[in-house]
Ligand binder design. Structure first.
Ligand code: ADP
Length: 707
């Protein structure tokens, strides 16, 4: 789900029982990348070296981070393994609370650095960590490595960065950067994610076949039953399994497997707590006969323009009972089917490991090394994973933009945002990656509880978690560093010292960057924007939606806004009257509002983005009947954008003409009139150019729309 709980859930909270282990015969045959499908879009095939590069010795990553070896990047001054040891010596004592541990230790000092004094570069970046919650420990290590200034109890003055453990709304912030986007938790909830993926699957079925087919309960139960029956009738030997996941659940909470729609537990919870029922991936890739999934960390650095980074290494979480394809007998065996760490830690078979390539939690790069040593095409796998991540974020951005403009309206002071997301991915036997879910708050804990003696627990470091998570947090901070630009400018100046200017102080500290490993986060967008931009149709629909929202701070479109949209885009005609427009609005809006979606404005009867998207698709189908859906939608977007541009130009002309008539404008520099957004242009020729450009656009519109 959207947020990942940080306390391990007891087995009591899980819907599935934990019956005894059954013998499993499935083994390493699952390792074979049989039936590998060619990449449909292959952005990274040539360019990207996957984590755990095959060039590295398999299973021996301690001499250098397996994840940090892409070609062309320099050798690392300090391998995370060694760095970890040093840090651990300073920062960790198992049984004490994190606050106590946190203040201990200091950053590795560069030789010649003045102790205790301020850096010659100034006070450094300031970070408010008072709301960091369970990510605090990893954050503290990162800040020490960067030599940034931490404010563990907040600060009276504004900070450069606010690190929140849960959501954007943890504080009232008007400047700087926050490590959460408004609305991210809502956007990646199981139901919302499934809806967004369904929209993309409708538009681009092949491109989005990495998300299992899903139905939303309770509203789509009849549809699920009907589709099940059709499939069964056409293929009686089809014996599928489905997984039911409560919306808003996490750590495997309430999840169960079914073989038939009639097994859905309708009593009580499903009505009050909606859920997603999803095709169960029955043939996952196994390792040591165990099912495992991958947690990858993705940095959404900016929404507009879209900037995405992927961490070169992640975690693999293993089941603790050998896998068997689901049967009625083993359906309830949690440790066989669910890879959640919070569940499997309670299994007697769970192996805590000091090594990154053994045990029940390993690095993803160690898995890739192993796959590569068996001849699997890990480059293709890595390229498929990059595609999956970019496509998923493209599916999420429209909703996020609506939330963003609502919380931080343009022109209002507010922070900018970035966010680390946890992508849960399952590899199929044929090595195809499948998205399970996206976590808005992936656990950043770097320790786990261990029972020393009955009832006595101790927090002990988890080297695997630390290796991956500290690097992700530290390098996220490096990427959003507000002083980076300033530093660059200073460096440029110091390269060309003014005549007579004194040289740099002999004991000036070198930048901490110099002592850090190369970034573990790789940019994938806009790097591969060209290959994926055609998928961003719903983004453009969302831009239209936002344009007509009217009231600042809202996320729902009222009936007047919808009518204005139809009028301004000239979508109504003799076949589609304004009365029909109203009916469309009421029908769709009522249905979406009756679904009981946990929305920021649940009480607002207006039209949410998803409802608007549905209405837009309806209009597109009406107008461009013969085309495939994505072409219908694209044509309508083009049409609307052209109409709106023409309208804007027309208003500009009117505004400017009016102002000119009143003699309010100087003859050579027109100020735009009401509704004009363009900068001032010379008065006379402007009218001519604008008329020409709007006529041209109108012609283009007509041409494309065929009207
Ligand atoms: P939660 O947020 O509760 O962890 P997930 O969607 O991650 O929910 O599902 C929990 C676990 O169930 C996953 O880690 C994975 O092992 C398994 N799982 C989820 N969906 C599927 C699926 N469609 N096919 C196979 N296994 C799945």
């Amino acid at each position: 789900m959207g947020t990942e709980g940080t306390e391990p859930a007891g087995l009591g909270t899980v819907g599935m029982g934990s019956a005894g282990i059954e013998p499993a015969e499935m083994g390493t045959e699952g390792m074979e990348p049989a039936g590998l499908e060619p990449a449909e879009i292959d952005p990274a095939r040539e360019a990207e070296e996957p984590p755990g590069s095959p060039a590295l010795p398999a299973e021996a990553p301690q001499d250098g981070p397996p994840a940090a070896a892409p070609s062309g990047e320099g050798a690392l001054p300090a391998a995370p393994g060694r760095e970890r040891e040093r840090e651990r010596g300073r920062c960790r004592t198992g049984a004490q609370g994190s606050a106590g541990r946190a203040v201990r230790g200091s950053a590795r000092r560069a030789p010649g650095r003045r102790s205790g004094g301020k850096s010659a570069r100034g006070p450094g970046v300031t970070v408010d960590s008072s709301k960091a919650k369970t990510s605090l420990e990893a954050l503290k290590i990162s800040l020490r490595q960067l030599r940034w200034k931490e404010f563990p109890f907040g600060r009276r003055l504004p900070c450069d960065i606010y690190w929140h453990g849960v959501s954007f709304h943890d504080n009232n912030i008007f400047s700087g950067q926050v490590n959460k986007f408004p609305g991210m938790m809502e956007t990646v909830r199981k139901i919302t994610l499934s809806r967004a993926m369904r929209t993309m699957q409708d538009l681009f079925p092949l491109e989005y076949n990495f998300y299992p087919r899903s139905w939303i309960l309770p509203e789509e139960l009849p549809l699920f039953v009907a589709e099940f029956r059709v499939m069964k009738d056409s293929n009686p030997s089809w014996k599928p399994t489905f997984i039911v996941k409560p919306d808003g659940g996490c750590q495997g909470d309430g999840i169960y497997l079914i073989k038939d729609p009639s097994d859905i537990r309708l009593t009580g919870s499903i009505q009050s707590r909606p859920a997603v029922v999803q095709e169960y991936i029955c043939k996952p890739l196994l390792m040591d006969k165990l099912k495992f999934d991958i947690r990858l960390y993705v940095l959404l650095k900016s929404l507009e323009p879209l900037e995405i980074y992927i961490a070169k290494d992640g975690l693999s979480r293993f089941c603790t009972q050998p896998y068997q394809e689901p049967t009625l007998k083993n359906l309830h065996q949690v440790f066989m089917h669910l890879t959640n760490y919070s569940l499997n830690i309670h299994s007697g078979n769970f192996i805590h490991s000091d090594s990154v390539n053994t045990g029940s939690k390993r690095t993803f790069s160690s898995i890739l090394c192993r796959l590569s040593s068996r001849g699997a095409d890990v480059k293709k796998l890595w390229s498929d994973i990059i595609s999956l991540v970019i496509k998923t974020i493209i599916a999420l951005t429209p909703e996020l933009k609506v939330y963003y403009q609502s919380d931080i309206p343009a022109g209002k002071p507010g922070p900018t945002c970035f966010q680390i997301l946890g992508f849960d991915i399952l590899l199929m036997k044929n090595l195809k990656p499948m998205l399970l879910e996206v976590n808005a708050n992936p656990s950043m804990r770097i320790e786990h509880e261990q029972e020393l003696s009955p009832g006595v627990f101790e927090n002990v470091p988890s080297p695997v978690d630390e290796e991956v998570k500290v690097a992700v947090i530290r390098d996220t901070l490096r990427l959003v560093d507000p002083q980076k630009k300033k530093r660059k400018d200073t460096q440029c100046q110091s390269l060309e010292p003014a005549p007579g200017a004194s040289e740099e102080l002999p004991d000036a500290p070198p930048s901490p960057e110099a002592a850090l490993p190369s970034l573990c986060l790789k940019q994938v967008f806009p790097k591969y924007a060209k290959q994926f931009s055609y998928l961003r149709l719903v983004d453009r629909v969302a831009a239209l939606f936002i344009r007509f929202l009217g009231v600042k701070g809202t996320t729902k479109l009222g009936p007047t806004g919808f009518r204005t949209f139809i009028r301004n885009c000239k979508l109504s005609n003799s076949n589609f009257s304004m009365a029909a427009v109203d009916i469309l609005y009421i029908d769709i809006t009522r249905r979406w509002n009756s679904m009981g979606i946990d929305h920021k404005e649940s009480g607002n009867p207006g039209m949410c983005l998803q409802a608007f998207v549905e209405a837009f698709f309806c209009l597109a189908q009406k107008k461009y009947k013969s085309l495939p859906l994505h072409e219908q939608v694209e044509s309508l977007i083009d049409f609307c954008e052209c109409r709106l541009a023409a309208l804007r130009d027309k208003r500009l002309v009117w505004g400017c003409g009016l102002a000119g008539r009143h003699g309010a404008l100087p003859a050579t520099g027109a100020t735009p009139g009401p509704g004009c957004t363009s900068p001032p242009r010379p008065h006379g020729p402007q009218v001519f150019t604008l008329q020409k450009s709007s006529q041209l656009r109108a012609l283009m519109c007509r041409d494309r729309a065929g009207s």
